[in-house]
Structure formats: structure tokens, C-alpha cells
Design a protein around this ligand. Structure first.
Ligand code: FES
Length: 291
């Protein structure tokens, strides 16, 4: 673990958000976790299939695609919430019923199928109408020294990120933002079904330089605080073989040029947390959706 909470100097680093990554460009590298798939094997109905999503750009390593974003919002108590669409049950032509959760958000078709990879599609809390699960992001045991001040399982609060523009640790440059790790929709499921989440409050998202479509999405999915910082959420599960990456929490990241990136040290994949693009993958069918 890194040593946190040192005070930074100003950084002039600037990032620019990349454009859409088309499905055709990805056709040769589509995978869902450890399982390579092709259009010939892709499920095609509501239980999975080709899905466009927004996520962190993959920079290096064997990961086939970027980490999916979790769109965030802030409630009246300053709690960070992951947006979860209202579930809707549809009756299929064969008379069977299928429940899905999708909505229009920031001009984008946001669906919980974004999370159907690496076994997450079997997690009880990610069922669209999961009993007893709410939207609150909760702290986990903590990947950062500053998180020793918060309780495992407590709601993630904006008041804990007020020093986001000063926070730093021994890994990476100061002025990038302040991270936290947590869980989501995992209150009533076995520990092995805990959904890992990475949240970063940052001023590195330069919305004025983004394409219109990405800017609209980022403005809708990364809520802005009164001080100008934005909250950015990701599923913290590598799209390669499903390990948990780290953002400024793994000492070997610098050796791979990833001190300021999200780094997965299982096989050295690197993701840029501040470069958001539209990507495509093949969502696996949810448990029970298979034909
Ligand atoms: S790079 Fe292989 S699991 Fe992350």
C-alpha cells in the first residue's frame, strides 16, 4: 500500500478525451473477462450480446478494452450513489418474462448490461431488481492510508474528498485527484459477490475539450462538486482476467509507466482514468437468462 496524504505542488498535466472506439475496430479483440468470444458465439437477445458502454481508455497490456464506468450522482446527504435504472419486466414472444434495467442518461443508452463480464453477471446485487440493494457506494477496507479515517461499509461521502486537489501519496504525481475504493450493491450477497468500485474526485476531466457526445455523457455521469471537482466511478475489475486493478495503490505501477494510471499487476494492463471513450463488448448473459 502506498503512503498517502502528503501535500502536492501544482501539476500542469493535461489530458484529452479520445473519441469513439468503433465496434469494427474492436471486432478482433472482444472478450468478456477470461472468455474470448466472437460474433458467432455472442448471445443476441436481452440476456447479453453486443453492448456499447463508456469507460476508461485501455493504454497498454493484454486487457481487451477499458474499464466500465459506473455513472454517479450525489444525494442530499452528500452520499455518492451509483446510478441504477428502474427495472422493467417485459414479456417475450414465447411468453417468458425478462427484467432489465436501462435508461437514457446524458444522451446515452445506459444499461446494467455494462457490468455483465468477469462473473459479475452472476452476482446477486447486479440483478436489475435485486432485493434490498440500494445505490449507495460504501467504503471497503481501504486501499489508501487516508481511508483509515472511515469505517468499512460506511457510505462514501463528498465531505471526505474536500482535499482532492491537494491529496497525493508516494505513487504518481500530485494534483491528479483523490481516490477511494468501495463496494456497490453488495449488502445482501455472499462476500464473493461483492462488486468492487473505484471512485476518484478530480479536476482532470476537461469537458470543454471533449466531443459533444462524450461531454454530455461525462456531465451526466460524473457529478460536479461545488468546488469544481468531478466524481468519476469505475468497476474495479480488470477486463482481462478479472483481477482488481489499483489506482496509485500498487508500488510496481511506476515500472510500467502507470504511476498516474489505473494499473493491473496481474499481467500489467494499464487504463487511463481520465480518458473516457465509447467502447463495445459482448455482455455475458445473466445467471438464469441462458436459453
Ligand atoms: S492484466 Fe490480466 S487480469 Fe488484469
Amino acid at each position: 500500500m502506498a503512503n498517502d496524504d502528503k501535500y502536492p505542488v501544482e501539476s500542469d498535466r493535461r489530458r484529452f478525451v479520445k473519441g469513439v472506439v468503433g465496434g469494427s475496430a474492436l471486432a478482433g479483440v472482444l472478450t468478456t473477462g477470461a472468455v474470448a468470444v466472437s460474433s458467432a458465439t455472442a448471445p443476441s437477445s436481452g440476456g447479453g450480446g453486443f453492448v456499447n458502454y463508456f469507460g476508461a481508455e485501455r493504454l497498454a497490456g493484454p486487457a481487451p478494452r477499458g474499464l466500465p464506468q459506473i455513472p454517479l450522482e450525489i444525494d442530499d446527504e452528500g452520499q455518492l450513489l451509483g446510478v441504477w435504472p428502474e427495472p422493467e419486466t417485459q414479456t417475450l414472444p414465447d411468453g417468458s418474462e425478462f427484467t432489465e434495467a436501462s435508461m437514457e442518461l446524458g444522451g446515452v443508452d445506459y444499461t446494467t448490461e455494462w457490468y455483465q463480464y468477469c462473473g459479475l453477471q452472476t452476482f446477486g446485487g447486479l440483478v436489475p431488481d435485486a432485493d434490498g440493494e440500494d445505490q449507495v457506494i460504501r467504503y471497503d477496507a481501504g486501499s489508501y492510508e487516508w481511508m483509515s479515517d472511515v469505517e468499512n461499509g460506511d457510505p462514501m461521502l463528498t465531505e471526505h474528498f474536500e482535499d482532492y486537489d491537494e491529496w497525493t501519496n508516494d505513487i504518481g504525481e500530485p494534483g491528479q485527484g483523490k481516490p477511494a475504493t468501495g463496494t456497490w450493491r453488495s449488502q445482501n450477497v455472499p462476500p464473493e459477490q461483492t462488486v468492487p468500485v473505484l471512485v476518484i474526485k478530480t479536476d482532470q476531466l476537461e469537458v470543454d475539450n471533449m466531443d459533444d457526445r462524450i461531454r454530455e455523457w461525462v456531465e451526466a455521469s460524473c457529478p460536479e462538486d461545488e468546488d469544481g471537482g468531478r466524481y468519476l466511478g469505475y468497476v474495479n475489475k480488470c477486463t482481462h482476467f478479472c483481477c482488481a486493478p489499483g489506482y496509485r495503490s500498487l508500488d510496481d505501477a511506476a515500472a510500467f509507466g502507470a504511476a498516474n494510471e489505473i494499473f493491473c499487476n496481474c499481467h500489467n494492463s494499464v487504463y487511463d482514468p481520465f480518458s473516457i471513450s465509447e467502447q463495445q463488448f459482448v455482455a455475458l448473459p445473466r445467471s438464469g437468462d441462458e436459453e
